[in-house]
Design a binder for this molecule. Structure first.
Ligand code: HEM
Length: 467
């Protein structure tokens, strides 16, 4: 709970750099560069960004700003509030934004102007502050001029640590403990100035639980989607996807092509049989699944043998509940799931030739990943290059910025050429989560972007070597 509400506060502070007049700023993780400002005081801010860095969730297409918003969404749900539709696609800033986070000692006119710049009118300002302060507290150590009693660690805004309108009812009944209303320091009574700025009309309207819930939900939703005008957010996600398909992984060995993938289904029928079908140039083929169970979802795994000459153009799934009902076809609205990486399979990560190696040397174990990349072409005409994306920053304090390093591949002597393919290899650190791989064969270039290495290693054979 304590940590969760900090996730909500940091989202507001990061958003506060938005300027409606020129469309700049907003939720862009610029907060990582703004923590030396008094308006962002609090060890908690640094710690939670350290946590976000440690989660290793960042990908080439999902940055710190999207994680800050995810934190805010979880914070609200964790405190009993609604689930917000979640959009991703925010772009992380590389420098600090303007110093525009409101502070308790500022006057009402300054606050009204700050919120206007962030895109909220006066009524919305009152509601957004009340909604934000229904949760959380003020820390004595960070705000000694507000929480003047040194025997108190934290001063909560109201008596319930939950998503509810107690802050409103207690304020209107004059029994509030919100220190930004009743604190002995009049200068920092910012909640009082804001809440009473329209004669308490907005606060009165928020006494209705429904109005309060709907208003807070709508304002938080707008807050998390306040982004610089050049950012396009993805379509919102509110519910878990019914079906999730793993990126297909490929392997070529002894003249046989294999494709490994999985379909995750939320709450499938226990009797369901799931089949994967695919199309090559000639005909449709199919492959039955093996199955592993999650708590409320099942993952159906497929390892299909594919004709190496006709290859595979697209695949789809059929779920038969075996109860007389029509099978469900999961085929991307008829389009099928096309092989996104080079469809001619002239370049792919060869999963079954790659290895996770555990090296034992006098009782010391080292684990590393050997990746094998197949290129259609001979060694004389093919060159390869690769970059690895490391989400985890080793910095001890923000900003936490992922790194991209170049990893050189060499001809793989343990995998001699076969079926027209030449195999290249490299050892890749487990800190790497995504790879971009390029092969040039003569004058033709093939590229795989954002190969999910972190997921693919789970399908690499595991080898133990003692030296
Ligand atoms: C004039 C505007 C605002 C002022 C002056 C203000 C001031 C403060 C202060 C001084 C604290 C104590 C922080 C600490 O001790 O760590 C706080 C906490 C908090 N504020 Fe605001 N705030 C404002 C607006 C908002 C808004 C619009 C939100 C909306 C999300 C919000 C959400 C929070 C939350 C969730 C906390 C609790 C943090 C925790 O317990 O860790 N605030 N605010």
């Amino acid at each position: 709970m304590t940590v969760a509400v900090q996730w909500l506060r940091i989202a507001y502070h990061d958003m506060s750099t938005h300027d409606v007049d020129d469309g700049t700023g907003g939720l862009d993780a610029s907060i990582m560069y703004e923590l030396d400002r008094p308006q962002n005081v609090g060890e908690g801010m640094i710690q939670l960004l350290q946590d976000f860095n440690g989660f290793g969730l960042i990908t080439p297409f999902f940055g710190m700003a999207d994680i800050i918003v995810l934190g805010a969404v979880f914070a609200v749900v964790g405190c009993g509030g609604p689930v917000f539709p979640y959009s991703a696609g925010r772009i992380d800033a590389t420098v600090a934004g303007p110093a525009t986070v409101p502070e308790p000692q500022q006057d009402l006119a300054t606050h009204i102007e700050s919120f206007r710049q962030q895109g909220f009118n006066e009524t919305e300002m009152i509601a957004l502050v009340a909604c934000g302060h229904m949760l959380g507290r003020v820390r004595q150590v960070d705000f000694p001029l507000i929480v003047t009693d040194t025997l108190i660690d934290v001063d909560t805004f109201d008596t319930t640590p939950a998503f509810d309108n107690t802050i409103i009812s207690q304020y209107l009944q004059n029994i509030t403990q919100d220190i930004l209303v009743v604190g002995s320091n009049v200068t920092t009574q910012s909640d009082l100035r804001i809440f009473s700025s329209d004669g308490n009309a907005t606060m009165q309207s928020l006494l209705s639980a429904d109005t309060f819930n709907n208003t807070c939900a709508a304002l938080f939703q707008r807050m998390i989607n306040t982004v610089p005008s050049m950012v396009n957010l993805t379509d919102p996600i509110a519910e878990p996807f019914q079906y999730v398909i793993n990126d297909p992984l490929f392997s070529y060995h002894n003249g046989t092509f294999n494709m490994i993938t999985a379909l995750r289904v939320v709450s499938p029928s226990p009797n369901a049989t799931v089949t994967m079908l695919w199309a090559d140039q000639q005909e449709d083929s199919f492959c039955p699944s093996t199955r592993c169970f999650g708590l409320t979802a099942s993952r159906y795994l497929f390892n299909a043998t594919i004709n190496s000459t006709s290859s595979i153009s697209k695949f789809w799934f059929k779920i038969n509940n075996n109860d007389g009902s029509d099978p469900t076809v999961i085929d991307n609205d008829g389009a099928g799931f096309v092989i996104e990486q080079d469809p001619s399979l002239s370049l792919f990560v060869n999963v079954m030739r790659s290895e996770v190696i555990l090296l034992e040397n006098s009782g010391t174990f080292t684990e590393f990943q050997k990746i094998v990349v197949a290129v259609l072409g001979d060694a004389a005409s093919a060159t390869t290059s690769m970059t690895g994306f490391q989400p985890f920053s080793t910095a001890t304090a923000p900003p936490f910025i992922p790194t991209t390093t170049s990893i050189s591949l060499k001809l793989d002597e343990t995998n001699p050429p076969e079926g027209g393919f030449t195999f290249f290899t490299a050892n890749v650190s487990s800190a790497v989560s995504f790879l971009d791989i390029t092969a040039n064969v003569g004058s033709t270039s093939f590229t795989i972007n954002n190969f999910d290495f972190g997921i693919a290693v789970n399908s690499f054979p595991f080898i133990e070597i003692s030296s």
